[in-house]
Write a protein that binds this ligand. Structure first.
Ligand code: IMP
Length: 428
């Protein structure tokens, strides 16, 4: 099974970076397909921590071709900073390729993201304010600037000046904000274009050829199923489709080329930003999980909201993505809890719902139905096989398997590469 799509099965931050890194060690190509520098992966190699936002985590393997595909929105300044910091740590980026069709985040997108959030008052989405939404808006409005445009000065100038004119009208007339100077942006971005030119290519063709050759290709996930523009907890979502089908569109291949979809589930649930979260813990247990799990955003540093594992969400993610196997992350964080709760359904009025509700209003009023299981006091970070895990931890994992109907392929018991229990071959 050489083509694997990895997706987040909750609200993002499931620990996909570590799983991507694990799979990337076996893959010949890693493709990032959606989102932008709203995402952030932390990969730990030995004692070194690498934080990446745009560059696929596979970049740490020099022989793995790393693709930023057409579905991604790119802030070139952020990308160049990331490339420079990798180079400073001795990581080569010769294996990086960028799609000519990926859209570019411009300074006015970032400003509009901030202003739109501020104007929403109490109904803020809690975006990362990186300009992601406004860049995708321009893409859908068919006025966006793509990486390929940046490389053609005449085309770039023309598109940019037209956009700056309309954005300035919006900034001044609607928000009473300062306008942008088109020429300044042009000069700044032409420098970025020069720096990135050598990486830009037709990545869909590159992916296609690699798949045709039967090589192992990994589509790495960003964000998560519940943040999907179509299937997530709208309007508290991102502006792309970080689900398995979105990976095909964002990577430029057809769904029939995908062999396996792997979902990543954290052993508990977290979310950043606003929006409903049925199993949220606003007590000392939530705080304990946040501290032990270091649940603070890689991108914004915001404290993540923490709660119990939610099987309703996990089943929904299986349905939306067609998940074949799960990777469970951060099981070690649950160690030391007396009792562990698992949400098996939602109470809505006098009904028990086992399926994720389509209506946000219904979801907002849902209360979790819990099953309680004993916890385990042991530190499991040194465990490398399922059999060595404490019985209570095995019971917990088996229950997740039963409730979702999906096998587990890997369990992570710590952030380091070797703190991993492998249960199945991923590319088989
Ligand atoms: P945006 O993607 O910056 O527009 O933010 C929209 C929503 O998605 C906000 O609630 C963000 O907190 C959330 N979000 C975006 N990217 C991530 C991520 O990588 N992890 C978790 N939440 C994210």
């Amino acid at each position: 099974m050489p083509v694997v799509v990895l997706v987040g099965a909750q609200w993002g931050d499931e620990g996909k970076g570590k799983i991507t890194d694990f799979l990337a060690s076996q893959a010949e190509m890693v493709v990032r397909t959606t989102g932008g520098n709203n995402a952030g992966h932390t990969v730990v190699v030995g004692d070194e921590e690498f934080k990446v936002h745009l560059v696929p985590s596979g970049v740490l393997y020099p022989a793995t071709l790393c693709i930023i595909a057409n579905g991604v929105v790119i802030d070139p300044k952020v990308l160049i900073d990331e490339i420079d910091s990798l180079l400073a740590k001795g990581v080569t980026v010769d294996n990086l390729r960028i799609s000519a069709n990926a859209h570019v985040i411009m300074p006015y997108h970032v400003r509009l993201d901030e202003l739109e959030e501020e104007s929403k008052g109490d109904s803020k989405i809690g975006t990362t304010k990186r300009g992601i939404g406004p860049a995708y808006m321009d893409k859908a409005s068919r006025i966006g600037i793509r990486m390929g445009d940046l490389l053609e000065e005449k085309v770039f100038r023309q598109k940019l000046m037209r956009n700056v004119e309309t954005k300035n009208r919006l900034l001044q007339k609607v928000y009473g904000a300062e306008p942008f100077e088109g020429e300044e942006i042009l000069q700044e971005y032409l420098v970025y274009a020069q720096r990135l030119r050598g990486y830009v290519t037709d990545t869909s063709l590159l992916v296609h050829k690699t798949v045709q050759e039967g090589k192992k290709v990994l589509f790495e996930g960003a964000q998560g199923t519940l943040l999907d523009l179509d299937h997530g907890t709208y309007p508290y979502v991102t502006s792309s489709n970080p689900t398995a089908a979105g990976a095909c569109v964002g990577g430029g291949i057809g769904p029939s080329r995908v062999d396996k979809v792997i979902g990543v589930l954290k052993a508990y649930t977290t979310r950043v930003g606003a929006g409903p979260f049925p199993t949220e813990l606003l007590d000392a247990t939530g705080e304990q999980i946040r501290q032990k799990g270091r649940e603070f955003g890689t991108t914004t540093g915001r404290a993540r909201r923490c709660g119990w594992f939610d099987a309703v969400i996990a089943r929904y993610a299986v349905r939306i993505n067609g998940i074949d196997a799960f990777a469970i992350t951060k099981l070690d964080v649950m160690g030391g809890l007396d009792k562990i709760k698992l949400c098996t359904g939602y109470r809505y009025g006098d009904q028990i719902l086992s399926e994720f509700p389509i209506s946000q209003e219904v979801l907002e009023s849902c209360k979790p139905v819990y099953e309680e299981m004993p916890g385990w006091p042991e530190d499991i970070s040194g465990v490398r096989s399922f059999e060595e895990l404490p019985q209570a931890a095995r019971n917990y994992l088996n229950r997740i398997k039963e409730l979702t109907g999906v096998d587990l392929f890997l369990v992570a018991v710590g952030p380091r590469r070797d703190e991993t229990i492998v249960l199945q071959e991923a590319f088989s």
